[in-house]
Design a protein around this ligand. Structure first.
Ligand code: PLP
Length: 352
């Protein structure tokens, strides 16, 4: 389908003259920097953070580029992927006029961001096996539908969405298809970031908060065409990724082997937890998971949740969410944590 980014963008964003920071206007080396009203004496720390960080985070993007096989100019970095989601709404959706499609049960921030930006949500429930209802999605699209959010592997259900369905959406929808791959490292499916050259309306979200173990430093990624990344860069706050985060991310990105080992172990542990839990009398079903968590349908989600809290184990009660009736979502922990979880659950089953 014909895709014209300038038609999709809000006019005020198309015409926006972005803020030009000191570090945009002079990028070279110098011995004296008196252009950004920083404190030239230093910082009251062991390390100096008195200078503004690189607005486009080129060192981090260059490193990510070698890991992901995507050029730096196709990468946007945000203060968590939540920042990328918010920028998408602000850049593409006219408040009170445009709409987006979300596919519940799914990650809650798409809805919150839509509400903050006064953008209508069209909710098309997943099918009972948590796949896309392609017919209903096609019917919901109108001329003001700007984005469709597909979370794969999906939170809170844990399953991947069928690749062919996502491809059909991208190929046939005139707006943006945003594929949220926060949990892709645990998935049997391959990422969509290699498809960026083929599709100009594709945005892929990933994050360092999950498999990379860096939720605390807040670094999310969006991968898209250069044109779309330019839009992100225009709209973002000038220095959205702080210097400490950039330094820590660069250091962490050298430890791919450690991360891959954790991913393999988490997947092994996931299968172990599933095998043990499925035997418990109060477990009805466990949704096949491609993530670092499982959604477990039980006979009594609330009772189980409260019992686990009383035993110092915190899970997520999702039983009030449509299509997740009776379900709790459990993150896969360390082997010790998982053994404790299983033993605690076995005691519940005896107590019942
Ligand atoms: C599907 C999904 N996308 C995005 C995020 C947010 O990630 P970040 O920490 O990068 O903002 C989460 C966090 O739980 C998530 O589950």
């Amino acid at each position: 389908m014909e895709f014209d980014l300038t038609k999709l963008l809000r006019t005020n964003i198309l015409n926006l003259v972005p803020y030009s920071s000191a570090r945009d206007e002079y990028k070279g080396e110098a011995s004296v920097f008196l252009d950004a009203n920083e404190n030239s004496f230093g910082s009251p720390l062991n390390k100096n953070y008195n200078r503004y960080p690189d607005p486009l985070q080129m060192a981090v993007k260059t490193k990510l580029s070698t890991i992901k096989g995507v050029p730096p100019q196709n990468i946007f970095l945000g203060n968590g992927s939540d920042e990328a989601i918010d920028i998408l709404f602000r850049a593409f959706c006219r408040p009170g006029i445009d709409n987006v499609i979300v596919l519940p049960p799914t990650y809650g921030m798409y809805e919150v961001s839509a509400n903050i930006n006064d953008v209508t949500l069209k909710k098309i429930l997943l099918t009972p096996d948590y796949q896309l209802d392609m017919e209903a999605i096609a019917e919901a699209i109108d001329e003001n539908t700007k984005m469709i959010f597909v979370c794969s592997p999906n939170n809170p259900t844990g399953n991947s969405i069928m690749r062919e369905d996502i491809e059909t959406l991208i190929a046939n929808f005139g707006g943006l298809v945003v594929v949220d791959e926060a949990y892709i490292n645990y998935s049997r499916q391959k990422t969509f970031i290699q498809e960026l050259t083929e599709y100009s309306n594709l945005v892929v979200l990933q994050t360092l908060s999950k498999a990379w173990g860096l939720a605390g430093i807040r670094l999310g990624m969006a991968f898209a065409s250069e044109e779309i990344i330019e839009v992100f860069n225009k709209v973002k706050p000038p220095y959205n990724i702080n210097e400490a985060t950039q330094e820590l991310a660069l250091e962490a990105l050298n430890n791919v082997d450690q991360v891959n080992e954790w991913i393999r172990e988490t997947i092994r542990q996931r299968e172990m937890v599933i095998a043990e839990m499925i035997e418990l009398p109060f477990v009805i079903e466990i949704v096949p998971s491609d993530a670092n968590f499982i959604m477990v349908k039980t006979t009594d989600a609330r009772g189980l949740y409260v019992y686990l809290v009383e035993n110092g184990i915190i899970t997520r009660d999702r039983s009030k969410v449509q299509l997740c009736e009776g379900a709790i979502r459990i993150t896969i922990g360390t082997p010790e944590e998982n053994v404790l979880l299983i033993n605690t659950l076995k005691a519940y089953s005896t107590a019942k």
